[in-house]
Design a binder for this molecule. Sequence first.
Ligand code: ACM
Ligand code: ZN
Length: 721
Amino acid sequence: MLTTVLQAQQAFDFVPAPAQVQYPDGGASHFVFDKNVRIVGGDDFNVRYLREHLARVFNPLGDSWAGDPTRSIEFVRVKSFPEEGYSLEVTPSRILVTASTRAGEFYAIQTLLQMLPPQVYRRAEGPDAMLLRQWEVPCVEIVDQPRFSWRGSMFDVSRTFFDKAYILRHLDWLAYHKINKFHWHLTDDNGWRVEIKKYPKLTQVGAWRGRNEALDPAYNSGEERFGGFYTQEDIREIVAYAADRNIEIIPEIDLPGHSKALAVSYPEILCRHNEELLSVQGETRNVICVGRENTYKMLDNIIKEIAQLFPSKYIHIGVEEVVTESWKYCPDCQELMKEKGYTEERQLLGYFGERMEKILAKYGKKVEAWEDVVEAKTISRDNLVLVWHDQKVLQKALDAGYPAVTQNCYYLYMDMKYTPAERGHTWASIIDVEKVYSFDPLQGLDLSGDKQKLVRGLQGGLWTELLFYPPHFSEYQLFPRMCAVAEVGWTPQELRNYADFDARLARTHFERMWNMGIRFRIPAPDVDAQGNVRCPYPNMVIRYTFDGTEPTVSSPVVTGRIVTDHPENLRFATFYADVKSITVEVPGTRTYLKPAVKVSSSMETVKRQPVENLALYEKSKSMRTANPPKEGDYVLFTFEEPVSCRTITVQTNDPVNNFFGITQGFVEVLYEGDSQFTPSDRFNMLNRVVLRPDRPVKAVKIVITGSCEGKAVSIQPLIIE
Ligand code: ACM
Ligand code: ZN
């Protein structure tokens, strides 16, 4: 019989940590969990959910749960409990859950699941499922409630589309962490993702991009038709699934900028001019006309359907990074400005907010919008502002009297890199787990008067332009950073401690997430110049190779010092089961050749990134074209002397933000003694070709075979070893 007793002094590794946990007899006595425990009371869904999870470890289940009257889980409702709060009392004969709402009860169940073996999160019973006969839970008293009522996750499905099955899994992951808001960024320049019956072209046209689509290829999805959308039936299913798990879904229809997908579907919504003004993301013609009544008729019809699909009190209407200059050239917008006495186009943002507030009110909804709505103060104070810059911007929203949620980009943007060597953006910051954890939504604020009440909470945000590849990268970016967001949002500030949180992750929570099926991020090994290797966590291993290839789950485990004459070929990665870190090497062992080279190109470049940069062999000095490339465009590297080397890595895309990679093209090589180039590989998903020349190389040529993503391409210096 498999029985495990938790030592109370070890305590439970709850994530997020509850407000109060006491072990009345130091863990001496316990409640015995097995298939005969009786469940009494409780919300129907909650009980079914609990049973389903218990069935993953205590099989067979059957009706025997009605069984043993001496051991029960009992749910009791007591009105005085706070919204989402609960108490959970474990005694040898009974687990008593008290709450005032089904939400509180649901969170008690989440806490209870964290007292059980991590296999309760398994998604499917396999032949190797761990089936326990029993499990002993030490007696404990927990009284718990969240610090903030808004604990959220924003997810962009426009830049990269994620299907319904993924969204449902994602919602499960959030629920396990007591996160209660899912801000669904459903529309943007690169795809419209929600079916609107009255405007079918939004998804027939606006949900797709590619070579022959209305929307250009973008964010590495390539020439092929890429995209997708959720039918209204899908949305209803997802909304209900979330609601069962106490997650409110707030839909975002990003307006009046970020509207390229809308504009290519119904161009009549654009301003009447032909200026090609660039948005921050380099899009053109993505701002809708705010001066014509037809715009509001169409938006009214769209909002009407959105309002019916989503029970949330809020509909997020965007208002961010709008190229307001677009309105300067539009006779309709100009006329409206005159009528209103506005002197600056930005004032039209306030007008737009006001009009949208009225439309939403018709359908019983309030506005949620990004921070840019605060400036005009035109929307009333019972709407909600979402701040994405720092605490000063949050302060402005509070000073103006708006309730606000923060998604502070310097701490909470999940598209940023964890460390410099990892994949992701850096423009806001490098954000490791500790940095997320260090954030307090109230930090640096003047909370005089009633302002503290206006801070509703926080949410992590994941923009998905770098998520097309590799698979599971969204999970990597989200976890464990979202675990930290969950604890910031839930746990009393005075109980928060990063070292303790990190220890809970290491001891137990990684294993829970692994069972949940999350391919989370783990840190790379520390490797020093002498080849000493340190594993970041005791329950992980480091695997290595000595031929320069990527370590895999079947590579040997590092158990001592590795002796080799070729330390430059060593590669290491941390593994937690099949979850893998990035690969690292022994610093300073690789030698890079920098042979004199002449570089020329058929393409015009921007001034600061000329083609000559590529002769300098400095990673930060890249080349960038001024225009989209055409088929037949090239970059030619001609070495002064033929180069003998093992590899030449041809990396395209911007070294900082990874944009502008070559998605359509290949590399060819001119070997010493040859009069013609030999074609090599096409660019891969990392916009890269690695050459392994077996003869000295005279020249390397990048050949472009299409418009790539239709904006520009960036080329990095060759890496020659
Ligand atoms: C944003 O990051 N533009 C909201
Ligand atoms: Zn206009």
